[in-house]
Ligand binder design. Structure first.
Ligand SMILES: [Zn+2]
Length: 288
């Protein structure tokens, strides 16, 4: 499994990825130093409804305050697992997650509108019958980078290079195969073999999704990581009226019950930049 569940986190398990929603976010202060926060804290909730506190030390707080928002789902990696503090604790767990400037976080869901589909490279490609990777013609056979030589005829497979826009900007989301088919309700094979079908011209039924708003579950497209263009692969698409409700009696006394929509706001997909600035000795002294 790619993601570790919050309940599985231990002090020994320092290098893993978690996928979690930020249910609540608040600043911890003391009555004596009201303007001087101790930390920025979050309540994380994972797919099992298990909750855990996350904390951002005060010298990283400004950075993360602008990048993290309540209700959104993030993938975090390079965080620390640390023992829970005795004070300012909202859930009774042995450990908590410490998010630092070395932590990478990627927003995992995004509500946006498909404003266009770039067909420069076509709206479908010849996919390996077995793995759906791209194939090249190879004598009378086909060559798949993953499976090697393959004599099964390749099949037309959707690859929609979609431009998705929200209030803050636009990004390229690639929608492949079955995910695209669920949206269009017609398999690419069927459209590709139709008479007059052109790989570089969108059929009307595909054009229909332009202008529609969806909630996209996204993953960074690693194959494009070398370019500057931010690109994401769409893992799932939900209608915008989807609501996911989660309740956990454990901390009802501490916080109001959790009952949130999967994504309420529509901020742009953001990668949390890895800030490389050094902590000054003064900041270190202040933090202790
Ligand atoms: Zn293959």
């Amino acid at each position: 499994m790619e993601f570790v569940l919050l309940k599985e986190l231990t002090l020994a398990q320092q290098h893993c990825k978690i996928r979690t929603r930020i249910s609540r976010m608040w600043e911890s202060t003391t009555p004596l130093l009201k303007n001087n926060i101790l930390s920025l804290d979050c309540l994380l909730i994972d797919e099992e409804g298990y909750t855990m506190q996350a904390t951002v030390r005060k010298f990283d707080a400004d950075h993360f305050r602008t990048l993290l928002s309540e209700g959104d789902v993030y993938i975090f990696e390079n965080f620390n697992v640390v023992p829970s503090r005795n004070t300012y604790k909202v859930v009774d767990r042995k450990y908590m997650v410490q998010i630092s400037k070395w932590t990478h976080g990627v927003k995992y869901t995004c509500k946006g509108k498909i404003v266009g589909i770039d067909t420069t490279y076509g709206w479908w490609y010849k996919a390996c019958y077995d793995c759906k990777g791209a194939v090249k013609d190879y004598d009378d056979n086909f060559w798949c980078a993953r499976c090697g030589k393959n004599n099964q005829a390749p099949i037309p497979w959707y690859k929609l290079n979609s431009i998705v826009e929200d209030e803050t900007g636009s990004t390229e989301f690639t929608i492949f195969g079955k995910v695209a088919q669920d949206l269009i309700h017609v398999p690419a094979q069927q459209l590709a073999i139709a008479s007059n079908s052109d790989r570089f011209v969108l059929p009307p039924v595909v054009k229909n999704i332009i202008g529609q708003t969806y909630i996209f579950q996204i993953l960074p497209d690693k194959r494009r990581a070398s370019t500057n263009l931010k690109s994401f692969r769409v893992a799932k698409i939900f209608p915008t009226d989807l609501k996911i409700k989660g309740k956990n009696k454990e901390f009802e006394n501490n916080l109001q019950e959790i009952e949130e929509e999967i994504v309420e706001n529509t901020r742009a997909v953001q990668e949390i930049d890895d800030i490389v600035e050094e902590i000054s000795p003064t900041q270190l002294l202040q933090s202790t």
